[in-house]
Design a protein around this ligand. Structure first.
Ligand code: ATP
Ligand code: MG
Length: 252
């Protein structure tokens, strides 16, 4: 069974149809990249899947049930977690506090037990583990807004991973990273994918990252899906070359 099934997903803002009748399915352990020129509808697609914007038409099924109406923490508990194109960290809080908040929000506990000593210690230890996992252990007590851009992006990944998602949506995780930071982020994602049974749906402009990670590539152009297949097939697809690859350098 598919983990995620988007059927006829559509979002219009007035006359503009940002996502136009898109079908996408993601199976457990799949790594699917969504590519396309600026404004193709990639982030809107993520917003629709995560329920941040209301759809105009279509359905989003996660583990077989419709999820578009659910709040973030309920989605996280069900196993769907995301990062944003523009950072969504709590800027005034430390790295540890950011990860701990995600753990607490998704824990399904009422407020009182949340402050039990065992719970606080457990979430602190889990949060430290995830900081360690993304290479930010030494930034545990550093306030997010003082961290470098690349480290903030890694912290967002740690926040998203902490809820142990079945499906992780990553919106341009390497955007603004140096070449070195991009390489180590790709290595980190590969090792996480090797270890667990998480699936990833990834929006990414850096085609080296896309071809290095994705099992399948979906191409959007002006809201429509114009290709969906193996990286080798998509690379050769004339419509894709026309719509995206040919304009990639101008678009990025
Ligand atoms: N809240 C909104 N109201 C109106 N139009 C919007 C809104 N959000 C996005 N759009 C429009 O929808 C289209 C798709 O935008 P979206 O951000 O999904 O593209 P994208 O593929 O993620 O682009 P990029 O590669 O630049 O991140 C664009 O034309 C954008 O201007
Ligand atoms: Mg976007």
């Amino acid at each position: 069974m598919s983990l995620l099934e988007c059927v006829g997903l559509t979002k219009s803002w007035g006359a503009l149809t940002a996502v136009d009748n898109v079908d996408i399915s993601v199976k457990p352990r799949d790594v699917v990249a969504v590519i396309g020129p600026n404004g193709a509808g990639k982030s809107t697609l993520f917003d629709l899947i995560a329920g941040c914007v209301g759809k105009t038409a279509g359905r989003v099924l996660f583990c077989g049930s419709q999820v578009e109406h659910l709040p973030d923490e309920t989605l996280a508990r069900r196993g769907l977690s995301r990062t944003y194109q523009i950072t969504s960290l709590f800027q005034e809080l430390t790295a540890l506090e950011n990860v701990r908040l995600a753990l607490q929000a998704s824990s399904n506990r009422r407020l009182r037990p949340m402050f039990s000593r065992d719970f606080v210690l457990q979430t602190e230890s889990d949060a430290t583990y995830w900081l360690d996992r993304v290479g930010l252990r030494s930034h545990r007590d550093v306030v997010a807004k003082t961290m470098s851009h690349g480290d903030q992006r890694l912290l967002e990944i740690a926040v998203a991973l902490a809820v142990k998602p079945k499906l992780l949506l990553l919106d341009e995780p390497t955007q603004g990273m140096s070449l070195e930071e991009t390489r180590s982020t790709v290595a980190l994602l590969k090792s996480l994918l090797d270890e667990g049974d998480m699936a990833v749906l990834l929006v990414e402009h850096d085609l080296d990252v896309v071809f290095g990670l994705a099992h399948r590539i979906v191409v959007l152009d002006r809201g429509k899906k114009i290709a969906d297949g193996l990286p080798s097939d998509v690379r050769e697809d004339p419509a894709v070359q026309q719509a995206y690859l040919g304009t990639h350098h101008a678009a990025s």
